[in-house]
Design a protein around this ligand. Structure first.
Ligand SMILES: Cc1ncc(COP(=O)(O)O)c(C=O)c1O
Length: 371
């Protein structure tokens, strides 16, 4: 398989551990191990204590799959397949579902593998472009109009990386209803689910919406445990899930045993885990609002509706990539130029899931005054 370079990952390979402050991270600040273990109940504490480091069950630890299933209304443990992160799930699903002659529609700009793996598998991929002038809103009618007889898969990520887009309940019902009627599968990338700024905006899951709906979840974002590398697919389409399981035999076979137990601990304690994530976002958002308010002459800011990332546009004549390079050298603060995700509108990705955001923002502020 020949696949285009994952530009975002190449950018992070250079900068993620070299910059002092990540102001463009897509995740929530990771949990310290000791704090997570303190959340264990008697059963999971014993599982951790007695852990044997052999292979685990290929579909995922039965208790973990059972716990993941409780995140949905219509999903049984056997409707869940555990992967090494959301990334592996995207890779397996795209390869299983898409090939030459197939068509897919994917929200864009976005996480590159959501469209790149399908392309590399030989499918024709239409990007459903979101526009800043529409507040980055998903347009269900335009998306539906782009479907073809050969459309096998629609991929929607919401809350969205990098814009924080979140469809309304009516828009979501329109899209999922139409896909159900046409028999088209939906991959609903819900890695930022539970981080809606207004809980009333939380959408029903893709897996619950209709039998060909597939939910993509992960411990990395809302659950603030990216280091576990635990993700999953949930769908009532067991035949599809079985094909994904068959493909996974050629990637990781099974997940990391310690990570599965740590994920189980976190999911059982999800009220506390999510409260911490929401607390970090809630503390940071007003600082961003104040910053963009004070600098409306230099930045255009469409406030996200959920998640922990936004996509503001630099109004300066300087290319955002140059601004980002000068900023990281001057202040050790890293933003991500939109060009790295293939978008040339002079935007940057800004992340607000890290506890050092006040320090990062002060560095950015200082740089804008002096630089
Ligand atoms: C929208 C989206 N989907 C999937 C992923 C992959 O998640 P992970 O790296 O935890 O596998 C990411 C990571 O940034 C993402 O932003």
């Amino acid at each position: 398989m020949r696949i285009a370079e994952f530009a975002l990952e190449r950018f992070f390979a250079q900068w993620e551990f070299a910059a002092r402050h990540l102001l463009c991270a897509s995740d929530i600040q990771g949990w310290p191990m000791a704090d997570l273990l303190a959340l264990a109940d008697a059963e999971t504490a014993a599982l951790w204590q007695d852990l044997r480091l052999g292979y685990s069950e290929a579909p995922g630890h039965p208790l973990l799959r059972a716990e993941i299933a409780t995140l949905y209304d219509t999903i049984d443990p056997d409707d869940v397949l555990v992967f090494a992160g959301a990334e592996e799930a995207i890779f397996c699903l795209s390869n299983v579902m898409l090939g030459p002659g197939d068509h897919a529609v994917v929200t864009w700009p976005g996480y590159q593998s959501l469209y790149e793996v399908g392309r590399a598998a030989g499918a024709d991929v239409t990007l459903h472009e979101l526009h800043e002038s529409d507040g980055w809103a998903l347009d269900p009618e335009r998306l539906i109009a782009s479907l073809r007889p050969g459309t096998r898969l629609v991929v929607v990520n919401a809350p969205h990386n990098p814009t924080g887009m979140l469809p309304s309940h009516a828009e979501w019902a329109r899209l999922t209803g139409e896909l159900a009627e046409r028999g088209v599968h939906l991959l609903s990338d819900e890695v930022y689910r539970y981080l809606e700024f207004d809980e009333a905006d939380r959408l029903g899951t893709g897996a619950d919406a209709f039998p060909r709906g597939i939910s993509l979840g992960v411990m990395s974002k809302s659950f603030a445990l990216a280091g576990l590398r635990i993700g999953w697919l949930a769908t009532r389409d067991r035949e599809l899930l079985a094909r994904c399981a068959g493909f996974k035999d050629y990637t990781t076979i099974c997940s990391s045993v310690p990570s599965e137990i740590l994920a189980l601990i976190a999911l059982r304690a999800r009220d506390a885990v999510l409260a911490r994530s929401r607390g970090i976002v809630a503390a940071n958002l007003p600082l961003l609002d104040a910053f963009f308010d004070a600098h409306a002459d230099r930045w255009c800011w469409v406030r996200p509706r959920g998640g922990s990332i936004g996509f503001p546009r630099l109004l300066d004549p300087e290319p955002a990539a140059d601004f980002v390079a000068r900023l990281v050298h001057a202040e050790g603060v890293l933003l991500l130029p939109g060009t790295v995700i293939g978008h040339d509108g002079n935007h940057v990705r800004i992340g607000f899931g890290r506890e050092d955001l006040p320090v990062s923002l002060a560095g950015l502020e200082r740089f804008m005054e002096t630089g």
